[in-house]
Write a protein that binds this ligand. Structure first.
Ligand code: UDP
Ligand code: MG
Length: 241
């Protein structure tokens, strides 16, 4: 495995032109303060707005910014999976591009990722979304925890820090991003949770409603029951030199 850096931040991007500038500023401040080596990988998911050109401009004076482009819109899970492929960091941090997640929480993620912990997931303590979205998430979480036998507090929160070696055996499918912590646990990895700051979306629109999440979510939960019995136990492989 080519681990050249300490941290890779992986961000799926679809039509987020107005969020990218402020996001890179905030990330730069937060990441520089960690004293670690880092890269930020933005996976442009075939945006139809100016996200790609905006990213290219932003890269101008930021050597740490990498842009990967999907030629077909493939969804958030695919964006994360692409980012994992390109990541060179020992720790992969995933987050949305919409500024709802606060880069200032990065040090808290790193602190929680203690030796023996393989992944840390965010819990949106005071979620800044409307009532319908908050309620549907509550119901979905209860249902998924019941079906999958897992207990992730906020599976819809994609702000996470994961050791890259733990991502090797994760299967990729549409919806993977909601089950990543559960699949890691099935594979024997240790997943912890921390409370994070959550901010309202002020620019761009959410790509998901209640409708396009509900049926897929139910289907995916059933898939997880199967996967639970068939998951490869994380091999934690290491080259012997
Ligand atoms: N996204 C993507 N491809 C898509 C839909 C969304 O890359 O087809 C990105 C989007 O730009 C954002 C993240 O995935 O960075 C999560 O999407 P969004 O914030 O709209 O979802 P929500 O947080 O509202 O559930
Ligand atoms: Mg979001």
């Amino acid at each position: 495995m080519n681990e050249l850096l300490d941290i890779s931040v992986v961000i799926p991007v679809y039509n987020e032109e107005d969020n990218l500038g402020p996001l890179m500023e905030e990330l730069e401040t937060a990441l520089a303060q960690t004293g670690k080596t880092f890269e930020v990988i933005c996976v442009n998911d075939s945006s139809t707005d100016a996200s790609l050109t905006t990213l290219k401009t932003l890269r101008g004076r930021r050597a740490w910014l990498r842009i990967i482009d999907h030629s077909v819109n493939s969804g958030e899970s695919a964006g994360e999976a692409t980012g994992f492929q390109f990541a060179r960091g020992k720790i992969v941090i995933t987050m949305d591009a919409d500024l709802q997640m606060d880069p200032a929480d990065i040090p808290a993620f790193l602190e929680a990722l203690k030796p023996g912990v393989d992944a840390v997931c965010g819990i949106r303590a005071k979620r800044q979304d409307d009532f319908v979205r908050r309620m549907s998430t509550k119901i979905a979480n209860a249902y998924r925890n019941w079906i999958t036998g897992d207990s992730i507090s906020d599976a819809g929160c994609t702000y996470r820090a994961i050791r890259r070696e733990a991502l090797v055996e994760v299967p990729v499918f549409n919806g993977m991003h909601r089950f990543l912590p559960t699949m890691l646990r099935y594979q024997g990895y240790r997943v912890e949770e921390i409370f994070i700051n959550h901010r309202p979306r002020t620019r761009g629109v959410s790509k998901y409603g209640v409708g396009n999440r509900l049926w897929r979510g139910i289907k995916d939960c059933l898939g997880m029951r199967w996967y639970r019995s068939r998951a490869v136990k994380g091999s934690r492989s290491r080259e012997v030199l």
